[in-house]
Design a protein around this ligand. Structure first.
Ligand code: FE2
Ligand code: FE2
Length: 334
């Protein structure tokens, strides 16, 4: 069993320690657990230095085609299953010949899309297909996730009410839903100002079962949303514009309360689980914490720097420290 005692976590002290990483000049070193790889076809022209690099760095024509495919895909590809390069009209059969200055590459490959694991998705949430290539896209993704979090907290409040939970716990969920409405409206306005549309969240109906709620909260609330509070606090201090710093500062304070609510709810649920269910929830949470550095690195790489996210290495270090502290506080094994 991964955990031997009732988890008792004070999130604000952990958040402070993680945010102090930078000030201390520390070393060099979901949540979205298990992001699903996708398979796509890519096609495009490769020329100039990109073609030159593929020609010189590949040992075989197959290697060269794969390097060119990575250029065309503009994604971190996991596996390239099929690749074809075609030279210019005059000599399509010899794309890698010296002097050829443009080729067309067609390939099929798998890749793992970046996911922003910072926030509380409702049970049954269906991930929106938004590729982040600009600040407007980033606002759109986060407005979408904030709107999804409204549903998550409303469902949680209703469910807790039906379970006869303390009125104060239900009220905290309702207050959190109201916070998420404000977050969604603010990010929605920024996305639209930058010209992006915000897709409405879609979700399957939630499972009305205490164990399912405990599993969901252990990851979405205790890991994703709690880490969102830390990242938002970093953004509050590092976003380029004063407008964004002020916004992220408000978000950080709210998300810290939501993260603490998740851990308080976790303790409430814990008391109502069987030993076997506790072990399963602890294992799920430990897996989410283990995956947090990698998912944070990906999310950081996909975030425009002006928004104040830590860089990919720093985000991974923050997530590692955050996970270590939470494991220690909750009595979870690494
Ligand atoms: Fe939020
Ligand atoms: Fe939240």
């Amino acid at each position: 069993m991964l955990v031997s005692r009732r988890p008792h976590v004070r999130l604000s002290a952990i958040a402070t320690a993680v945010l102090a990483l930078e000030a201390a000049g520390c070393g060099t070193a979901s949540s979205c657990p298990d992001p699903r790889p996708r398979t796509s076809d890519f096609v495009g022209a490769v020329k100039g230095p990109d073609l030159e690099n593929a020609r010189e760095d590949g040992e075989t024509d197959a290697d060269r085609c794969e390097l060119a495919c990575r250029v065309v895909a503009e994604e971190e590809l996991d596996d390239i299953m099929k690749c074809e390069a075609v030279g210019p009209e005059a000599d399509p059969e010899h794309p890698w010949a010296e002097g050829v200055d443009e080729i067309t590459v067609t390939c099929t490959a798998t890749y793992t899309p970046e996911q922003f694991c910072t926030g509380r998705r409702p049970q049954g949430h269906r991930e929106a297909e938004i590729v982040v290539q600009s600040r407007a896209d980033w606002f759109a993704v986060h407005a979408h996730l904030e709107r999804a979090a409204v549903t998550a907290f409303r469902e949680l409040a209703e469910w807790l009410d039906r379970q006869g939970a303390a009125a104060s716990l239900v009220a905290r969920c309702r207050d959190a839903a109201a916070d998420e409405v404000r977050h969604a409206d603010a990010l929605d306005a920024l996305a639209r100002r930058d010209g992006a549309d915000v897709p409405l969240p879609r979700a399957d109906p939630p499972v009305d079962d205490l164990f399912a709620v405990a599993c969901h909260n252990a990851v979405e609330g205790c890991v994703s949303e709690a880490f969102a509070a830390v990242v938002a606090a970093h953004q509050a201090g590092h976003a380029r514009s004063l407008e964004l710093r002020a916004l992220f500062s408000r978000l950080a304070a709210d998300e810290l309360r939501h993260g603490q609510l998740a851990w308080d709810l976790h303790a409430w649920l814990w008391d109502r689980l069987t030993p076997a269910q506790r072990a399963a929830v602890a294992e799920l949470q430990a897996r989410a914490l283990a995956g947090l550095p990698q998912s944070s690195r990906r999310a950081a790489a996909a975030t425009p720097r002006e928004l104040g996210w830590p860089g990919p290495d720093h985000a991974a270090r923050m997530a590692e420290l955050f996970a270590d502290r939470l494991r220690a506080a909750a009595g979870l094994a690494a």
